[in-house]
Design a protein. Structure first.
Length: 422
């Protein structure tokens, strides 16, 4: 309502005078009305009396809003000029701090408006004996009360949301500070850190990183799916920008991070998301180390453009350790593999055959089963690989295994173009 109380209804001056006289009469007993309104609200919203502070703020909001509205009517001030009283704004902040929903808070105003209608307006006849005049006064008071309540409830709702944002920002900042302190290895009050993070730091800690190239992916849902897979439905999640998420799972046992163990998780992930899992370790040190491994694993996954949705760090730890300097890594692979260090289908088949034999500790049958080919095929590929390498597979076995592992994971990053050896 943009007009002053009474003017929008086109009431004559005698009615306007009676309206303002009525408002002055109600103001004289505003404290009593506020006490009564508080009890009216408490009967319908018990949360309003949850503690003495909130009860006091509720009473203050009742009193200040009644006084403000009636004063505006008395002095002919438009409802659009109303601003929320300080106590009403503080009441909104208190409701947000106690975790009540905005709907509960707005019920205060709906019930307060109902009280104004039921108690105050029905008692107007005691101030205005003339029934026709009383009806006109009541109608205009009701219009003003509706406009005032609508405006003030919008203001306090905005303040509630703003306070909720402030609370959440403080909580996020505290969580981020606690996480960074743990990652840095700073001396930390573990009990306090656990309370701030809502995360147990005494069990097995498995750090993980989720990332994507899209801005519209719900990485929090992905992080929760990782936690659920490992039996922790509420993992600790910390966004790292829009396209990445850090996470930790705390469990009483070390989770199974084998390829078979993570396969069900991989099946549930969006195709655009990649996840790297750090090796589980115990306590705050495990929190830090597993996270560091997950980040290092992310580097290898991105460097090699690995297609697997989920990569446990243990599978690429050797490659990570040896690929800090890529120039040295390329030289090492070339030195150990010779002509086998080239891109190409045959070279890849031969490298995989040698790697399978080494993993099987020289067993051709086990290597053939792992590769899904005949034993003789493995033997033939092994012999060709030795020819390309220029030395037998039994020579410098540890170095050969490391070079093959890097070639398998990093591929073109450490291998020469196919034409270089053809």
């Amino acid at each position: 309502m943009g007009a002053r109380a009474g003017e929008s209804a086109g009431l004559p001056e005698p009615v306007l005078s009676e309206l303002r006289r009525t408002a002055a009469g109600l103001l004289a007993d505003v404290s009593s009305y506020a006490d009564d309104m508080l009890e009216h609200i408490l009967d319908r919203i018990p949360e309003a009396g949850a503690d003495d502070d909130l009860r006091g703020l509720t009473l203050g909001s009742c009193s200040s809003n009644l006084e403000a509205a009636l004063s505006m009517i008395r002095h002919g001030i438009v409802a659009s000029a109303a601003t929320a009283p300080v106590t009403a704004l503080e009441h909104a902040r208190a409701m947000a701090a106690r975790g009540y929903s905005v709907d509960v808070m707005l019920r205060f105003y709906r019930i307060g408006h109902a009280y104004f209608t039921e108690r105050i307006l029905t008692g107007v006849t005691s101030f205005v004996p003339d029934p026709a005049l009383a009806l006109a006064v009541v109608a205009d008071l009701q219009r003003f009360a509706f406009a005032y309540t609508d405006r003030i409830s919008s203001e306090v709702a905005s303040e509630y949301v703003a306070e909720l944002d402030r609370i959440q920002n403080r909580a996020r900042a505290a969580r981020t500070d606690a996480v960074r302190a743990l990652i840095a290895g700073d001396r930390t009050d573990l009990g306090q850190a656990e309370r701030v993070l809502s995360h147990r730091l005494t069990g097995w800690q498995t750090g993980f990183v989720c990332w994507t190239e899209r801005d519209d992916t719900d990485l929090a849902r992905v992080g929760t799916a990782v936690g659920v897979h490992f039996g922790a439905p509420h993992p600790l999640l910390v966004p790292d920008g829009v396209q990445a998420l850090w996470g930790w799972v705390s469990t009483t046992r070390a989770p199974d991070l084998s390829r078979a163990g993570v396969a069900p998780l991989a099946d549930r992930l969006p195709p655009t998301v990649r996840v790297c899992l750090g090796t589980p370790a115990q306590g705050p040190g495990g929190f830090r180390d597993s996270h560091a491994q997950a980040l290092r694993g992310q580097r290898i996954v991105e460097l090699a453009d690995l297609a697997a949705p989920v990569t446990p760090y243990a599978e690429i730890a050797l490659v990570d350790t040896m690929s800090g300097d890529l120039d040295l890594a390329r030289d090492f692979v070339a030195s150990e593999l010779g002509a086998l260090a080239a891109q190409g289908r045959r070279e890849q088949e031969e490298r995989r055959a040698v790697l399978a034999v080494l993993d099987a500790q020289g067993g051709l049958a086990a290597a053939a089963e792992a590769l899904g080919v005949h034993r003789n095929t493995v033997l033939q590929r092994l012999r060709r690989a030795e020819e390309r390498r220029g030395r037998p597979a039994t020579e410098r076995i540890a170095e050969l295994h490391a070079a093959l592992a890097m070639a398998e994971v990093l591929g073109p990053v450490v291998l020469a173009p196919a034409s270089a050896h053809h």
